[in-house]
Design a protein around this ligand. Sequence first.
Ligand SMILES: [Cu+2]
Length: 75
Amino acid sequence: MMTIELEIEGMTCQHCARRVREALEGVPGARAARVDHEAGRGSVETDDDVELAPFLAAVRDAGYQARKADEEAGR
Ligand SMILES: [Cu+2]
């Protein structure tokens, strides 16, 4: 398992956070996601060897901007 840490821009409330979480959890290889709209952060536990790009795309498709956080846990 690995953990992808993301910085996410544009979230203003719990509803946003839930949309982003559901988008992240819908990506193949995702196991579980946590999203904090106040911190503008998200983390996704995934299978090993997943690509970052589909997770960024999923957030973008949900209407927010994401990039990989500087520090990365779990690998
Ligand atoms: Cu919102």
